[in-house]
Design a protein around this ligand. Structure first.
Ligand code: GLN
Length: 446
């Protein structure tokens, strides 16, 4: 824990990953834990971790990187935070993000832009950009992120670390500030596959406080890391290596497939024909859910409240006008429009139907294959400022991660190469609740 704070002190002026530090309490906790006898210590005991700032932490400011939550002190811990404590881990601080997890670069934070530790002129990805950057910089060996449309995997790819989006329902969302409730999942970001498997095991499982968490037994993931993938059936969707995917990203995946073949896996091309509609469906559905979820930020209950207003309606309006950033407002408007009486059938309902088709694409491939493999993102990390005025290009960054959230299946990103000194990610997608096979494959490759 001391080492983590020393690294943060030394590097965070450049990386800008942390929004809040928990120094005094963390060190006191670590000192107290020094007294615990060795035989009572689990594998994660005493290890420091950073937590994305949309996961609530009792007595530690939680802002979702939004002005509207500035000063908000949660009065309880998210289930995952409790589980970290049960595992003996020490929360050292809260990590920057795109405001309310809306974005792909961390540039939408109301407070600061986190930088990519491999090259400070580049973004770390998003929205869990700081969760990935803090691990890549060696500030913390573990972090938690959240992934609604790629927000764990894309920054993990951009920062050269390992990030897992578990199956929808695998990890409790209790205490995760909701963006799009039917897509959000919390997951681990780590330096390697082994650490990732350990951390997922610690945070996974059914929770009485989250009715969408699934009552499915949590396996011993580490036990599946035996390097044996003989006979593994790998599917490679042609849509994942086609137009829009950079040459370096494509080649690094093709090389990785050769490695996996060499280890005894078989590789075949498949098609996920509805992939091209995923981006459009995602932005309708996630924005619709966000417009509803974010209605609770009204200036009365949490954080920031506008001053100098004449009546209640003005208080709501001014608080939201001043408290939310541009991207959040864009999504609330898009979502409200999609859910309106005259447009619901054409947008929201249609997007739900497309979502079913996408899920069926995945179900069909998984009838004959164990995992699906492709790139995590079409390119390595772009430059800070490069896409900021162009939401469509920014949205296209998630073209390879978004369908996985719509299908609800789990997927990991692991490092698989470089382009111009910046890391590239390999995405391995699995069947519902089969994170085990993903880890086994990732570990064998790594
Ligand atoms: N970048 C995507 C978005 O802006 C995904 C965000 C996420 O997964 N939280 O919505």
């Amino acid at each position: 824990t001391n080492e983590a704070f020393a690294r943060i002190e030394k590097l965070d002026g450049d990386v800008q990953a942390f929004l809040a530090l928990n120094k005094e309490k963390a060190i006191a906790q670590a000192e107290e834990m020094d007294q615990v006898p060795f035989e009572q210590r689990g594998p994660l005991f005493g290890l420091p971790i950073g937590v994305k700032d949309n996961i609530v932490t009792e007595g530690l400011e939680t802002t979702c990187a939004s002005k509207i939550l500035e000063g908000f002190m949660p009065i309880y811990d998210a289930t995952v935070v409790k589980k970290l404590r049960d595992a003996g881990m020490i929360t050292v601080g809260k990590l920057n993000m795109d405001e309310f997890a809306m974005g792909s670069s961390n540039e939408n934070s109301a407070f600061k832009t986190t930088k990519n530790p491999w090259n400070l002129d580049h973004v770390p990805g998003g929205s869990s950009g700081a969760s990935a950057a803090s691990v890549a910089a060696g500030e913390v060996p573990f972090s938690l992120g959240s992934d609604t449309g790629g927000s764990i995997r894309q920054p993990a790819a951009y920062c050269g670390v390992v990030g897992m989006k578990p199956t929808y329902g695998r990890v409790s969302r209790f205490g995760l500030v909701a963006f799009a409730s039917s897509l959000d999942q919390i997951g681990p970001i780590t330096r390697n596959v082994y650490d990732n498997a350990l951390l997922l095991e610690a945070i996974a499982g059914v929770d009485a406080n989250d009715s969408t968490s699934a009552d499915v037994p949590v396996p011993n993931y580490v036990a599946s890391l035996n390097g044996d993938i003989k006979g593994l059936r790998i599917a490679v969707p042609k849509e994942f290596l086609g137009e829009g995917v950079g040459e370096a990203a494509r080649n690094s995946v093709l090389e990785a497939l050769e490695v996996l073949k060499g280890l005894g896996a078989t590789v075949e091309e498949v098609s996920l024909p509805h992939s091209k509609y995923a981006l459009a469906a995602y932005y309708i559905l996630s924005s619709s859910e966000a417009s509803s979820n974010l209605s609770r930020f009204d200036g009365i209950r949490y954080g920031f409240r506008a001053e100098g207003v004449k009546n209640l309606m003005e208080l709501y309006k001014e608080t939201r006008a001043q408290g939310f950033g541009d991207e959040v407002k864009r999504r609330i408007m898009l979502g409200t429009y999609s859910l309106s009486a005259g447009t619901y059938d054409a947008y929201y309902k249609k997007a739900q139907q497309v979502r079913t088709l996408i899920k069926e694409d995945y179900d069909k491939v998984f009838e004959n294959y164990d995992v699906i493999v492709g790139p995590t993102a079409p390119t390595p990390a772009f430059k800070v400022g490069e896409n900021i005025d162009d939401p469509m290009t920014m949205y296209a960054n998630d073209i390879l991660t978004i369908p996985i959230n719509l299908a609800g299946v789990p997927a990991i990103s692991i490092p698989c190469g470089f382009e111009n000194g910046l890391p590239l990610g390999l995405q391995i997608i699995g069947k519902h609740f089969d994170e085990e096979t993903i880890y086994r494959t990732a570990f064998a490759y790594e």
